[in-house]
Design a binder for this molecule. Structure first.
Ligand code: KG4
Ligand code: ZN
Length: 307
């Protein structure tokens, strides 16, 4: 079965083709440079750029010898995301579906991230999946391939959002997550004093308090960027993995995954491997190209959930 997948939930325009069990291509055009001057994503601009970018992606597709008329099914990101941006993907999917006379399936974007780690790997069930992106910090119990239960979610700022907002005040480029990752790796001294986690016994996530703490701290003291990056990164990783560990133990999970843009973070990836070794559990970490938004994960979610 040949699947064409479309992703347009935020600021990456992406097309992917899966042929049976093989990923043929995962084409991504990032809009980050276009939004950078505004220091954040402008929803209207994102939607307009998706329209423009698909021309380039369909041109690129011809290099992979894919005859669009041989597609059997189309999947597209339906939610959550920016409404205008999502509607571009939906209209494209529905129009192509009509013209090619094939079925069109909506796919949840977060389910896409969960399925970004098993493109060439497999979950062992029950599994715990931690999705950490700019808009979401969600913890799931995967009972099997199709049965997901949400255990915890961000009550306010998501992990990536917190890093981006603190980084913005520090004068870092949007999105600040990758820069914080780099700066933190350059610091080999102690952490800055930090408040203790108030909700560490629950499985929900809350980072607006720590965000405000660091913004105030930065505005009132002369601080070293690398030390701030190191401290806030450690704080978030510790909180994420304390909760993941709790869930793994509670549900006797046999595998654990991280996904989403923040799973690009080098220290987080390292700590997840350590946690896997400590708990003797299989760990699934996405290839770097599948951490940020992409259509390959949308095709793969369709393969696992809808097929
Ligand atoms: O999944 P994603 O591409 O988009 C959303 O669905 O939100 O995630 C983007 C987020 C941004 O907040 C960005 O700062 C963060 O992922 N990010 C990182 C790193 N690379 C991207 N955060 C920490 N370290 C990184 N290396
Ligand atoms: Zn995402």
């Amino acid at each position: 079965m040949k699947i064409l997948a479309i992703e347009t939930s935020c600021d990456e325009t992406s097309l992917a083709i899966f042929d049976d069990n093989k990923l043929i291509c995962n084409l991504v055009l990032s809009q980050i440079k276009n939004h950078r001057e505004y220091k954040g994503v402008i929803p209207e601009l994102a939607a307009r750029l998706h329209y423009e970018n698909f021309h380039y992606l369909f041109d690129e597709l011809t290099k992979y010898n894919v005859d669009i008329k041989t597609i059997d099914v189309i999947s597209y990101t339906s939610e959550p995301g920016l409404p205008g941006a999502l509607s571009v993907g939906k209209v494209l999917a529905e129009t192509l579906g009509y013209l090619l006379d094939v079925k069109v399936y909506p796919v949840n974007h977060i389910h896409g991230h969960i399925n970004s780690v098993n493109i060439d790997n497999e979950y062992l069930y029950p599994a715990i999946a931690l999705v950490v992106s700019g808009g979401h910090t969600n913890l799931y119990l995967l009972k099997d391939q199709t049965n997901y239960e949400i255990l915890g979610k961000s009550l306010d700022d998501a992990a990536g959002e917190c890093l981006d907002k603190v980084g913005k005040v520090m004068g870092l480029e949007y999105p600040a997550g990758p820069e914080i990752d780099k700066l933190a790796s350059l610091w080999h001294g102690p952490e800055l004093p930090c408040p203790t986690l108030r909700n560490k016994h629950e499985l929900n996530f809350s980072y607006s308090g720590i965000k405000s703490y660091f913004i105030n701290y930065w505005n009132n003291k002369t601080l070293i960027k690398e030390q701030v990056a190191y401290t806030i990164q450690n704080f978030i990783i510790c909180d994420l993995l304390t909760k993941a560990e709790k869930a793994i133990k509670k549900f006797h999970a046999r595998s654990f995954s991280i996904s989403g843009g923040v799973s690009n973070n080098n220290k987080l990836r390292m700590e997840v491997i350590k946690l896997g070794d400590k708990l003797n559990i299989k760990v699934l970490i996405p290839h770097k190209e599948f951490t940020t938004d992409n259509a390959a994960m949308i095709a793969n979610a369709f393969r696992h959930i809808n097929q």
